[in-house]
Design a protein around this ligand. Structure first.
Ligand code: AMP
Length: 113
């Protein structure tokens, strides 16, 4: 989508610190990190949120987890632990409406509330 900030990052139209990219998935460091490791893993296809996932996207969504596992190992947080978060909708705190998975690690996490 032309006015989507994550689509622009995926296309290299605005700067980002990319840590992974292939034909389906891009991952880059969050501009406002909430933990020592804070990476956003996004499908290259514009999907507004989990609410817009269709059956054809299932392999793509699975790939987000495969990339998360790989990046957690690379960041050295696989053993200590990490959190994968997908905010969906305004009340959950979604601010960018291009589906993304947060990979957070490198510090103890509080219980969900
Ligand atoms: P959410 O609140 O789940 O929609 O997460 C959106 C995330 O995108 C936030 O953690 C922001 O800090 C992050 N973000 C927004 N713009 C950028 C950007 N240009 N580069 C990297 N991360 C960004």
């Amino acid at each position: 989508m032309s006015d989507c900030i994550f689509c622009k990052i995926i296309k290299g139209e605005i700067p980002s610190t990319n840590v992974y990219q292939d034909e389906h998935v891009t991952a880059f460091r969050d501009i406002n990190p909430a933990a020592p490791t804070h990476i956003l893993i996004v499908p290259n296809k514009h999907i507004e949120s989990v609410n817009f996932v269709i059956p054809d996207d299932e392999a793509l969504i699975g790939k987000l987890f495969a990339v998360a596992k790989q990046l957690a190992e690379k960041e050295g947080v696989s053993e200590s632990g990490y959190r994968l978060v997908v905010n969906t909708g305004a009340e959950a705190g979604q601010t960018v409406f291009h589906l993304h998975m947060h990979l957070l690690g490198g510090r103890p996490m509080r219980a969900l509330g």
